[in-house]
Design a protein around this ligand. Structure first.
Ligand code: NAI
Length: 475
């Protein structure tokens, strides 16, 4: 088996944590039971690009239990939990000397070159007949396949131009090496039946590609299942934003001024959590609806420029770029904490920060750096501007990820087994499946659901068994 992880001797620790996680992931375990005999993913060759954590290990082993062959990478250079990666490679039946699990290419602290090399490895199926499915988070695997196929179609040599980001240069280097007359990427793209995408940022990319006519295979938008974005993005971040801040800095949050940029699902969870710790939370927004929500939830809503000099903690949650600029950081209080929980690292202008003449970067510990300005004040930047909850802590806890990943498994089964029902496009799962995911998680929390009578169901115009809401309902 080919794989590359940090240290296989961590597998036993990883396995013990996977066993704890399985108990907290009732949706995934129920799906394993339901499909144990029918094996709906037999023949599926799934390339996964999603944070290689303990929770993801339970997802991977669920896909395998349903018949899939899997190869995996992380979708972020800092988010891999090395013991989880080791346990997945070794597998429940193997040993570090004789691994019998799933090929994983991921370790905590990859360089950008290593990150994209890993993605290429997981997309390179032994024997050349796969993958036929992608499970993506943020869209990097989908992007690589599309860009490769685009260059091959145009017969063009990928070349860098001035102003390209460091990461884009790395991608172009990889493509220069791999795009060629054998049309490797075109072949990969043609075999793929579809992709299931985990997050807001990746979904945004998919809709853009569909709009411009460049999308090469169908996609299921897992993010916009209600049981994903209204749970993982909100309640997951409500948990893991504090975990990231605590593990990175251990500053007392109570009494501090915290700015949350963006009041979407992630922003709502972060603002709630920071308020729960006793911080005075200020929100920034560009959308009047979300700004009004934040105001009516009791938060001050203003611009970053207004409060940049008084806040102690900054968290960006926008999925947009250039939210905190180098100029903003030059005006912050000494040791203000600057962090991002949105998908990509461009929410904070790290490149601009590094270009300030005389600035000094000091590593406090991995993923925690002070940047000291020539005037003597410093800012503390978490995870080099990347997802702080996964870079500085361990991401979302198992129970909430069970909701997200049960959607992922159902979406993989949908696209793989009913391919002909999904022409190229971007789809969300039907509401009855969303309700099913929620239902699978009620028992573990002791929830007793009220049952509609037939008459009540008729009165509100739904079926006794659901779905209970129209598609336009917003929760
Ligand atoms: P969303 O679209 O619900 O929320 C983003 C909000 O930011 C919107 O309300 C938007 O109006 C606002 N915004 C955009 N530009 C802004 C600006 N210049 N200033 C202030 N506000 C601005 O998206 P969601 O679901 O909250 O996701 C946000 C990001 O977090 C995405 O990149 C997503 O992929 C990522 N994500 C990260 C997770 C993690 O574990 N770290 C988990 C789930 C999502």
């Amino acid at each position: 088996m080919d794989f590359k992880v940090a240290d296989l001797s961590l597998a036993a620790f990883g396995r013990r944590e996977i066993q704890l996680a399985e108990h907290e992931m009732p949706g995934l375990m129920a799906v394993r039971k339901e499909y144990a005999d029918s094996q709906p993913l037999a023949g599926a060759k799934i390339m996964g690009s999603l944070h290689m954590t303990i929770q993801t290990a339970v997802l991977i082993e669920t896909l395998v239990a349903l018949g899939a062959e899997v190869r995996w990478v992380s979708c972020n250079i800092f988010s891999t939990q090395d013991h989880a990666a080791a346990a997945v490679v070794v597998g429940p039946e193997g040993t570090p000397e004789d691994p019998k699990g799933v090929p994983v290419f991921a370790w905590k602290g990859e360089t950008l070159e290593e990150y994209w090399w890993c993605t290429e490895q997981a997309l390179t199926w032994p024997g050349g007949d796969g993958p036929n499915m992608i499970l993506d988070d943020g869209g990097d695997a989908t992007l690589l396949v599309h860009k490769g196929a685009e260059y091959e179609k145009a017969g063009a040599v990928p070349s860098t131009s001035e102003g390209d980001s460091e990461e884009w240069q790395v991608i172009l280097d990889l493509l220069r090496r791999t795009v060629g007359p054998d049309k490797r990427w075109t072949a990969i793209a043609s075999r793929i039946k579809g992709v299931t995408e985990e997050t807001t940022t990746g979904v945004h990319r998919l809709y853009e590609m569909f709009k411009t006519g460049s999308l090469l295979f169908p996609a299921i938008n897992v993010n916009d299942s209600v049981t994903k974005s209204k749970f993982d993005n909100k309640y997951g971040c409500r948990h893991s934003v504090i975990d990231g801040l605590n593990r990175a800095t251990d500053v007392l949050i109570g009494g501090k001024v915290a700015v949350v940029a963006g009041y979407g699902d992630v922003g709502k969870g972060c603002a709630d959590a920071l308020r729960g710790q006793g911080a005075r939370v200020i929100v920034t927004e560009i959308d009047p609806i979300c700004a009004l929500q934040a105001a009516m939830d009791g938060f001050q809503v203003t611009t970053l420029d207004d409060v940049v000099g008084i806040a102690d903690i900054f968290v960006t949650t926008t999925g947009n770029f250039d939210i905190i600029t180098a100029d903003h950081m030059s005006r912050m209080k000494h040791n203000a904490i600057v962090s991002n929980i949105g998908h990509f690292d461009n929410e904070i202008d790290m490149a601009g920060l590094a270009r300030i003449p005389g600035i000094v970067k000091t590593e406090v510990k991995p993923q925690v750096h002070t940047w000291t300005f020539p005037d003597g004040h410093a800012v503390i930047v978490l995870a080099e501007g990347r997802l702080m909850n996964l870079g500085c802590a361990t991401g979302h806890p198992s129970f909430v990820m069970s909701n997200s990943f049960t959607n992922q498994v159902i979406a993989q089964i949908e696209l793989f087994t009913k391919t002909e029902q999904y022409p190229i496009g971007v789809y969300v799962l039907p509401k009855h499946l969303d309700e099913k995911v929620a239902r699978l998680h009620l028992g573990a929390l002791g929830v007793k659901l009220t049952k509609l009578t037939k008459e009540q169901a008729e009165y509100i115009g739904v079926d006794v068994e659901g779905p209970y809401k129209a598609d336009h309902y917003r929760y």
